[in-house]
Design a protein around this ligand. Structure first.
Ligand code: 6PG
Length: 249
C-alpha cells in the first residue's frame, strides 16, 4: 500500500494561517487535557510562531500546563537569547505567557558544541520519555517543512541523516552553513502523533508531490515521515494545499 494514502495520514486544510493556528491549538488542548504527562516537541518556523501566539492568547488558563513537558525537534547552534534561537522564539511567544513549570521545559542548548549537545539531548530524551521499540516516544512532534523539503534540521542535501542510528544528530543548513542540532527519523517515526504545520504558496508544489508521490518527493526529508505506530497530520492553509485539489479547492 502506498503509505501516502495510509489510513494513519490525515490532511487538514484551513482557509488561513490563523485558521491552522486555531485548529491545531484546539487539537493540542485535547491532547494535553488528559491526566498523564504529555511529551511534546516544538519546532521553529513561522506557522509554529502563530500557533504559540494563539496558545498563549486563548489557552493560557485552560490547558493544564503542569502536565505538559516541552522539548524541541531542532535548534540552531546559537545562544538562547539569539534572535535565531528556536527556544527564544518559543519563550517570547509562548513560555513567558503560560503557567508552565520551568522543570517541564527541556531546551536544546544551542550555545554548546553541537555534537556534544546532540549526545546530551539524546540522553535527555532517553531519560525523560516513555520508550517503545527501543527508542523514546513523543506524544506529539510538531514539524514545519522548508521550501526545499527539509523538516526539523534534516536537509535534502544530507539524506543519510534521517537514518542516523541515534536520537539526535547535527545538520548543516545548506546555504548558511549554520550547524543545527536535530532529532532523527527514528525519533520522529516513533511518535504517537506528528503534526506538519505548513503555510504559503511557496510550499504548494512540494506538498503536492509528497501527497501524490510524484517528482523527486523521496529526496525531501519531509516525505519520509511515517510514524510506525502513530498518526501523521498535515495542517495546511489553502495556499499550501492548492496543488492537492479537491482537498485544497
Ligand atoms: C527551524 C525549523 C524548520 C522549519 C521549516 C519551516 O528551526 O527552522 O524547525 O524545520 O520548521 O524551515 O519554516 P517556516 O514555517 O518558517 O517556513
Amino acid at each position: 500500500m502506498d503509505y501516502l494514502h495510509h489510513e494513519s495520514t490525515h490532511w487538514k486544510v484551513f482557509g488561513t494561517p490563523q485558521g491552522i493556528a486555531d485548529g491545531f491549538s484546539h487539537d493540542f488542548k485535547t491532547l494535553a487535557s488528559g491526566p498523564n504527562p504529555v511529551h511534546i516537541a516544538l519546532s521553529g518556523g513561522s506557522t509554529p510562531k502563530l500557533v504559540f501566539d494563539t496558545l498563549a492568547e486563548k489557552y493560557a488558563d485552560t490547558i493544564p500546563w503542569e502536565t505538559v513537558r516541552l522539548y524541541w525537534g531542532d535548534e540552531r547552534a546559537v545562544p538562547p537569547d539569539d534572535p535565531e534561537s528556536n527556544y527564544r522564539m518559543a519563550k517570547e511567544h509562548l513560555l513567558s505567557k503560560i503557567p508552565i513549570p520551568e522543570a517541564n521545559i527541556f531546551r536544546i542548548r544551542g550555545e554548546e558544541d553541537p555534537h556534544v549537545e546532540a549526545k546530551r539531548y539524546a540522553d535527555v530524551l532517553d531519560a525523560e520519555l516513555p520508550r517503545e521499540m527501543g527508542a523514546p516516544r513523543f506524544d506529539l512532534i510538531i514539524l514545519g517543512m522548508g521550501e526545499d523539503g527539509h523538516t526539523a534540521s534534516l536537509f535534502p542535501t544530507e539524506g543519510g541523516l534521517w537514518e542516523f542510528p541515534r536520537n539526535c544528530t547535527v545538520g548543516t543548513h545548506p546555504e548558511t552553513g549554520q550547524k543545527r542540532i536535530t532529532i532523527t527519523g527514528r525519533v520522529i517515526d516513533n511518535a504517537k502523533q506528528v503534526a506538519f504545520l505548513v503555510t504559503g504558496a511557496a510550499k504548494a508544489e512540494k506538498v503536492a508531490q509528497i501527497h501524490y508521490g510524484t517528482g523527486n518527493y523521496r529526496s525531501y526529508p519531509a516525505s519520509l515521515v511515517s510514524p510506525v505506530n502513530g498518526e501523521l497530520t498535515w495542517y495546511l492553509d489553502t495556499d499550501a494545499a492548492k496543488g492537492i485539489s479537491p482537498i485544497g479547492a
